[in-house]
Design a protein around this ligand. Structure first.
Ligand SMILES: [Zn+2]
Length: 240
């Protein structure tokens, strides 16, 4: 693996192509980092955007190595679905910091969050946010102690502001500011006051992308664009 990965990564770094790697265990992350550091000596990463996705069992030592290479980590709410299974295999203590989100954030590296859709769950970010805030699986098992859970504001920042770094759009997206894209959603309820177990039920009532309404329901339904035609004009299949 190391030889092939080394060739691929040095090619990416030479071309200044951003890349990311999905890795769960510290053991595989360790091997990837050995390769990255070796490449970096000959072909410096020097600010190239790269990151790991998942990193459930990453050690503090390897979080530090990610930081030194200018990388980030995108956590996914897989443990919300597999937490009980993880506890059966590795025990409660190991589950408490799988993934070690707060250690990652304290290290000062970019940390984002996603759903790993469509492999693990749906695209909807609210299941991810509820997992970050509650530290519970969808079955209700408490995985994380309070010190490895996030406040509602921190959890929201992970899926909004922080995620913009991962797509290289931190100057365009992630915050509502003059000069940035007017991407926003009006939610069905107040995220900051809704009961914790109801976060997952939040829905968009109005979605605006780049200043244009792309979805509307309820009182905003008049702003919704017309639904897609069942058989669009460009379709080569002509209905009889
Ligand atoms: Zn993945």
């Amino acid at each position: 693996m190391e030889k092939d990965l080394g060739a691929v990564v040095s090619y990416l770094v030479t071309k200044r192509w951003s890349f990311h790697l999905h890795a769960t265990y510290d053991q595989s992350i360790e091997r990837f980092l050995n390769v990255f550091e070796e490449v970096n000596e000959k072909t410096p990463f020097s600010g190239l955007r790269w990151f790991f996705v998942h990193a459930e069992t990453i050690s503090n030592k390897n979080i530090e190595r990610v930081r030194k290479l200018g990388g980030g980590i995108s956590v996914q709410n897989r443990m919300a679905f597999q937490g009980e299974h993880f506890i059966d295999r590795y025990g409660e203590q190991m589950a408490e910091r799988a993934p070690p989100i707060v250690q990652m954030m304290n290290a000062g590296i970019p940390v984002g969050a996603g759903s790993d859709a469509p492999r693990v769950s749906r695209y909807d970010p609210w299941g991810v946010v509820q997992w970050l805030v509650s530290g519970k699986t969808v079955g209700g098992t408490q995985l994380y102690p309070p010190e490895n859970r996030l406040s509602r504001l921190e959890a929201l920042a992970l899926v909004a502001t922080n995620n913009a770094w991962f797509s290289g759009e931190e100057t365009k997206k992630g915050t509502i500011e003059v000069g940035r894209l007017a991407d926003l959603a009006v939610l069905s309820q107040d995220y900051f006051t809704v009961p914790e177990e109801k976060i997952v039920d939040l829905e968009s009532m109005l979605t605006i992308v780049g200043g244009r309404a792309v979805y509307g329901s309820g009182e905003f339904s008049k702003l919704a664009p017309p639904p897609f035609a069942v058989s669009p004009k460009w379709s080569p299949v002509v209905p009889r």
